[in-house]
Design a protein around this ligand. Sequence first.
Ligand code: MSP
Length: 638
Amino acid sequence: MTERFTITTPIYYPNDRLHIGHAYTTVAADAIARFHRLRGEDVFFVTGTDEHGQKIEDRAGKVGKTPIAYVDEIVSDIRDLWQTLGISNDDFIRTTEPRHERVVQEVFRRLEAKGDLYLSQYEGWYCTPCESFWVEGKLVDGNCPTCGGPVARLNEESYFFRLSRYAEPLLQHIESNPEFIQPVSRRNEMIQFIRQGLEDLSVSRTSFRWGIPLPQDPRHIAYVWVDALTNYITACGYLQDPERFNRYWPADVHLVGKEIVRFHAVIWPALLLSLDLPLPKVVYGHGWLLLGEQKMSKSKGNVIDPRQLVRRYGRDAVRYYLLREVPFGADGSYTEDALILRTNVDLANDLGNLLSRTTAMIERFTGGVIPGPASSSLRGQAEETVRRVEERLERLQVSDAVAAIFELVKRANKFIEEEAPWQLHRSGDPRLADVLYDLAESLRITAVLLKPFLLEAPNAIYRQLGLGDAAGATLADAAWGGLAAGTKVERGEPIFPRIETERAAEETPAAPAGSAPAKTEAPQAAPAEAGTITIDEFQRLDLRVGTILEASRVKGADRLLELKVDLGEGEPRTVVSGIAEYYEPQALEGTQIVLVANLQPAKIRGVVSHGMILAGKTADTLQIVSPREPLPAGTKIK
Ligand code: MSP
């Protein structure tokens, strides 16, 4: 029978539009869910919205809407956001749905039947943004210890859940299941918290109406956290679809932000123990995305809109940044510069380049056909990478898993430098086939391993390798040797164009910055008509075919490449060209170009350029001019 895997995100409050802090949790859960699907498991991934409670009622009132009209609008915006980010949830649960309200009411009946519910008076403090009760002693300078905001004094009749009864069984469970609360720092915090003693928990309110009435006493509205936590069993089919419930409950992972671990690792398991239901296997509390030193949160007004980032940089770049940048579990600061750097270095340079170099070399050296290898040098590292990714994701080390994949990409790039396939080609060395196959196969495996994290890049890599769509690929396809020799590559656009942050307008490709125009003498032959030139004038241009031997970026100039061009003169020419926005340097190696060979040398950003390459430029693309078929270096263009 296939393994099953259930993963949840917190259900989000629809009191405002979500920001990248929320996207962080959901994208991470999505990557983990996709990884388990890649392994062929039967995955149930659920997210949703936590729609009841005083906070929502207050918010709706402020804008003159009914609570349901208010949340409906935001919930549809949240669904749309998850679509934008490519979230693959199997269910979306709203706590206002009848399927959930029925379950919450039944939960209250069962708690009562168990003797775990009693009526009393609550006297203490309440934080509405966190929907949390606090005893005096826990406040920090009179404020909420979680969000630092003001708390309100409550004195109202309330039903209580006998949480105190479960302190011992909970401690026992935590101690005998070391993986239950992760990372270990949160586990230790929770053990300490429970050891201090658990008080019974107020689980109903009478001072507002927006929520689920208790079946035994409808004047009372269910405490929103009991309502919210119950979503996890409702979504799995509790009391409605026993077969489904047995299959998908208990959850394998509740992924939550660290500030709500307490609810998931203390209150929720105690409720489940009272209901005689199995406990979730893992509660993982990840860290916060900070802006500067502070947690990003709407109440602080310091939030970043994920949609805007997707529009600007693309979905894969945003997902990659969220999954890779911050070690999972720790806090980390968000900056747009770091997002740009990650995209340019890891995605455009390392991954994009590896693909364009590899396909370019296969096109040039083996007629576009992936050759059959005799032996493999990268196989060991590729196999090790698959193991590492699995192992790290099993431990929910999301960023480390992504890092492992990019180690393989880096290794493959280095391998190109070490092996210099263009030299193997020149000398007719048969090892060329091994090297090219190794590169293509490492890329294919990289694409399979990237499937949980990136949505477009794996398909683009597959397509350029001539393999069609990556949609059907599973983890079994990450085994070395899956790439059939004889496959024909289909070169395409760079999969991740570099993000340019500064544009030096003068550095146009056709007239690089600083290049002095060649001095022209007065025409010797018949005077030309205005707007035309004589044949003699044209012949003064020395246009020649050259082959790019090396290409590298010019330091401090985002748009310039330094090229070493073979013109059949022995010593290669150095040419500076403003094409860095359109071509990855390594992808150019081996490419033929047309050079204005008698242009007066010019110093551009400290490099002396001996000539200018020809290119056609439109508003959105640039193409360098190449002969249709290769010509000997130095061939004159007439
Ligand atoms: N509704 C409750 C959860 C109920 S679960 C049964 C809630 N909702 S929330 O809208 O405030 O979202 C909380 C979750 O969003 C956090 O637990 C965390 O996973 C995520 N994040 C919100 N801001 C965040 C950051 N700045 N950084 C990282 N995650 C953040 O609490």
